[in-house]
Design a protein around this ligand. Structure first.
Ligand code: WQD
Length: 335
């Protein structure tokens, strides 16, 4: 298939490009490099041994979106592009709504104008808010506690309404849990610009002496060791989930939400201890107060992904820690 990848040089987008190229798909990709590096394009081509068309474009530019669709026969869109930092979204909500909502509408209008009616949307477990029970199923109540999460929730609703208005549309809402890890080549990794928000990039900052220690946000949660529990999923497993989602939307219409998680929760201290063990490196930490908006625990019921997409995660927490460190090491050595 001819697949348009938005946000193609981002953490999950770049890993998914490799997985799709390996499956023989033709890619048309764009990114505005707001949170990624142009060098990622060469790394995707080096790993896959394949070439693809790339546009340096911004999804909030309707003329650029029209150009991409008028110059290419696109069968399906995988939509990764978007701002994604929870804390930042509370400081600049307008930028998040303009970019994530208006930008997506520009893409959808170009799709509609060119009869492209298949889209896989990069959603997030954040749409579950504070879950009433665990593990989390796709039919649980949805809510958001920050502007970033609200953009994901609103976009799920916009896509669902679009699909209801035209039964020819096929919409897949992939709800990622906590993506970590990196491609074994060491050429791709989570390399956010600025100060990282998430736990694994911060562990890596400690591993490479950029930060002296990890601040553990709270050890008084209702979990085994008191620290926050999350469903960490290897980004390579996540990327392959998109390959299976492409197969599904090719053969179906309507809207489906699917959790992409391992179904296993690990605490902050579990992740730190595993990282130390597999990489033989000390990660000092200090216990600090809770981070506003954090929840105690969150992990997926991933049975629907197995039934609908025939997908399950294969890589474990040790792989995630080893691959994240190896990639960060090789990327830093090149800088
Ligand atoms: C994980 C755990 C923190 C940093 C967010 C978004 C979600 C998705 C993934 C985009 C929590 C603890 C963290 C630190 C810590 N993003 N922590 N010290 O908040 O579960 O999810 O990122 O799609 O949508 O909501 O991920 O990595 O920030 O936190 O103790 O320096 O690590 O309290 O328990 P989170 P995270």
């Amino acid at each position: 298939m001819n697949i348009l990848i938005t946000g193609a040089t981002g953490f999950i987008g770049s890993h998914t490009c490799v997985a799709l190229l390996n499956e023989g798909h033709n890619l048309i990709a764009f990114d505005n490099f707001s949170n990624s590096d142009e060098k990622v394009l060469d790394h995707i081509k080096e790993i896959s041994g394949k070439d693809f068309l790339f546009y340096n474009a911004d999804m909030t530019d309707p003329v650029a979106m029209e150009k991409i669709f008028s110059e290419n026969k696109i069968d399906c869109v995988i939509h990764f592009a978007g701002f994604k930092a929870v804390g930042e979204s509370t400081q600049i909500p307008l930028a998040y709504y303009y970019n994530n909502i208006y930008g997506t509408i520009c893409i959808l209008k170009a799709m509609k104008a060119h009869g492209v009616k298949k889209i896989i949307f990069s959603s997030s477990a954040t749409v579950y808010g504070k879950p009433a029970a665990l593990p989390i199923k796709e039919d649980f109540a949805l809510s958001a506690t920050n502007p970033y999460g609200r953009t994901k929730l609103m976009l799920e609703e916009i896509l669902t309404d679009l699909s209801k208005s035209d039964p020819e549309w096929s919409v897949m809402l992939l709800r990622y849990f906590n993506p970590v890890g990196a491609h074994k080549s060491g050429l791709l990794c989570e390399n956010p610009k600025g100060i990282p928000n998430n736990l694994m990039p911060r562990i890596l900052d400690v591993a490479f002496n950029i930060m002296p220690e990890i601040t553990v946000f709270g050890n008084d949660y209702d979990t085994e060791d008191g620290t926050g529990v999350r469903d960490y999923i290897h980004v390579v497993d996540l990327a392959y989930g998109h390959v299976k989602a492409i197969d599904y939307v090719s053969a179906h219409t309507g809207t489906e939400a699917v959790n992409l998680g391992t179904g296993v929760g690990y605490s902050v201290l579990d992740l730190i201890n595993t990282f130390e063990k597999v990489n033989s490196i000390k990660i000092p930490y200090v216990i600090c107060p809770r981070r506003p908006g954090d929840i105690d625990a969150c992990f997926a019921d991933s049975s629907k992904a197995k039934e609908l997409l025939n997908w399950t995660s294969e890589l474990g927490i040790e792989d995630m820690c080893r691959d994240a460190y190896n990639a960060a090491k090789s990327i830093r050595q090149k800088e």
